[in-house]
Design a protein around this ligand. Structure first.
Ligand SMILES: [Zn+2]
Length: 274
């Protein structure tokens, strides 16, 4: 219809009307494109906030699962120092271990206090370097589809990349350390007595130890054992401080960036024990 009108105006040499028609067409196309752009932008914003909401849930869940490592592993390190001093005859007993915040030990809520079995189990498990959970399904989905750059917030993008890189590095490190640690009860079977309690292992909260018994006096006199234990303790320290804590710190930073974007605030208690 507009073409017929333009043709008529050209025939009539009504150049003002031709210019007006042209202007109307241009404005019409412009408005059409703008509306389409606004709709696209709105759709992207909606899928972004949907994505960030899912990412936030993943982060909170992962932090809950990692809490078992974040609190338990540093406590293990403190306990290792006390046990080392005891085995090196620098202290007479292990009573100092009871001063640790024992309630934070994984699985301890299922037993009473730091029993001898718990201490002995801790010695043996200096070689048990499990890789903590570190997967955020929403992030994995984004990475596998090559859409990380679709995240509008540069802060979240950077925090996510940083977390993913740290996780890769940490996992490689843990696997390398684990290979070089000595499983003490297998290597020094005369120093341990173990009876299985058939606990149901809970991956997220740990399990109490089986019935363990250690011959401390024989351990104190066994130089190869003391060397292997010392090396395990040193590796456990690397595992905790370089394999676990940096990933948890990056996860906290990512959580903070997502909270800022979604304007979520948590109470202090929730942040302390995410
Ligand atoms: Zn949050």
């Amino acid at each position: 219809m507009i073409l017929r009108r333009v043709t008529k105006h050209v025939k009539d040499q009504n150049w003002f009307a031709v210019a007006l028609d042209f202007f109307i067409v241009v404005i019409g196309v412009f408005i059409g494109l703008q509306v389409s752009n606004w709709n696209d932008a709105r759709a992207i914003r909606m899928s972004e906030s949907d994505f960030l909401g899912r990412l936030h849930s993943d982060i909170v869940e992962l932090q809950e699962r990692r809490a078992f490592y974040d609190t338990g592993r540093p406590l293990d390190m403190e306990l290792h120092v006390i046990i080392t001093e005891f085995l090196m005859r620098e202290r007479d007993d292990l009573s100092e271990a009871d001063k640790l915040n024992v309630r934070d030990f994984p699985g301890i809520e299922k037993v009473s206090g730091l029993s001898a079995a718990f201490i002995c189990n801790t010695i043996d498990w200096t070689a048990a370097l499990t890789v903590p959970p570190a997967v955020l399904p929403t992030a994995t989905e984004l990475v596998s589809s090559g859409r990380v750059n679709d995240i509008a917030s540069a802060n979240i993008r950077a925090a996510l990349q940083s977390f993913l890189q740290q996780t890769d590095r940490a996992n490689d490190l843990i696997v390398a350390i684990e290979k070089s640690s000595t499983h003490l009860s297998s290597r020094f079977p005369d120093l341990f007595e173990i009876r299985n309690k058939n606990w149901e292992y809970d991956f997220d909260t740990g399990s109490p130890p089986d019935d363990y018994w250690c011959d401390y006096e024989a351990m104190r006199q066994d130089r190869p054992f003391l060397n292997a234990f010392a090396l395990n303790v040193s590796k456990y320290s690397s595992y905790t401080t370089r394999g676990i804590m940096p990933v948890s710190e990056k996860l906290r930073a990512l959580h903070h960036a997502v909270d800022l974007e979604l304007e979520i605030t948590h109470t202090f208690e929730q942040e302390a024990t995410p």
